[in-house]
Design a protein around this ligand. Structure first.
Ligand SMILES: O=C(O)CCC(=O)C(=O)O
Length: 277
């Protein structure tokens, strides 16, 4: 499912960019809903949407706020979590056992807080000659992200053979080659392992930044069950069976039906092209 070039690139950098994974009409709808929800208080959000930003331990009035569980509110976000080009990479990096654990639509203003370097998860390795990532983030930008603002990372830091001295000595504003910043076009998707040290610089454009972060964990057979975040069982009827299945822990030695279906479809398509930064 990943080309040799993509495997090399992801292993080397800890991220990969998939250009133009969503179309203009879908982006417009996502922006319209995102803007509406970001204008609401936590109590006014349509059930089961929430904002764990509002109750986060690091909460500040200028936190880059996010809205969770957006796939329960509109088919456009259901299409996104099943997007074949994104899922091709997620399925490959989770060795066919992904669980969608979280969705979040973030809005950044020029007044939003910086996001300093952080990383999580402990699983990045090569298994059977293929990169395996236990915790992945698919960040889809809904607006153009100019150079110098937005996502930054320490490329290669996901390998973690040594701890980087990030807290005190490396700033998100440091430059190349240690820190790299990734400009994106609206509709591009950046997939990174959460083991990669990453953060975000202050937003500088005169329009807000909207980004969707869809997070997936790997749940290989015979490992502890991985569950989606939040108590969402009661809202099951709001999402298609395929999305529901993607959110469930692994219960059999066979990949989920939705995974098998995406793989079968992908194998019929031509190899896609990823952007090399
Ligand atoms: O805004 C960004 O691009 C970074 C977001 C981030 O650090 C995260 O989702 O963990």
């Amino acid at each position: 499912m990943l080309t040799d070039q993509e495997k090399w690139y992801f292993d080397h950098h800890g991220f990969i960019i998939l250009p133009q994974v969503i179309l203009g009409n879908d982006i417009e709808r996502m922006l319209e809903l995102g803007d509406r929800w970001h204008g609401m208080t936590l109590e006014d959000l349509p059930h089961p949407l929430t904002s764990t930003a509002d109750t986060h331990p690091d909460y500040s009035p200028t936190i880059a706020r996010w809205i969770n569980h957006i796939q329960y509110a509109d088919p456009v976000f259901q299409r996104l979590v099943l997007n074949p080009e994104i899922m091709r990479v997620i399925i490959s990096l989770t060795h066919s056992y992904p669980v969608l654990v979280d969705t979040a639509l973030t809005k950044n203003y020029r007044t939003s807080d910086d996001i300093h370097f952080h990383a999580s998860g402990q699983e990045y390795e090569i298994i059977d000659d293929k990169p395996f990532a236990g915790f992945l983030n698919a960040a889809i930008s809904l607006v153009d992200v100019p150079k110098g603002t937005g996502f930054v990372c320490l490329p290669g830091s996901h390998k973690r053979h040594f701890q980087p001295p990030v807290q005190t000595e490396i700033s998100i504003y440091d430059g190349m080659p240690t820190v790299i910043n990734l400009p994106l076009m609206a509709g591009d998707c950046l997939i990174f392992t959460e083991m990669l040290f990453h953060g975000a610089r202050r937003w500088t454009a005169d329009y807000p930044r909207f980004t969707i972060f869809n997070r997936y964990r790997a749940n290989l057979p015979d490992t502890s069950p991985v569950a989606t975040y939040g108590d969402l069982e009661g809202s099951k009827d709001l999402i298609p069976e395929s999305v529901y299945e993607l959110q469930q822990p692994t219960t059999s030695a066979q990949p989920k039906r939705i995974v098998q279906q995406i793989v079968a479809n992908a194998l019929k398509q031509k190899s896609p092209v990823t952007k090399v930064v």
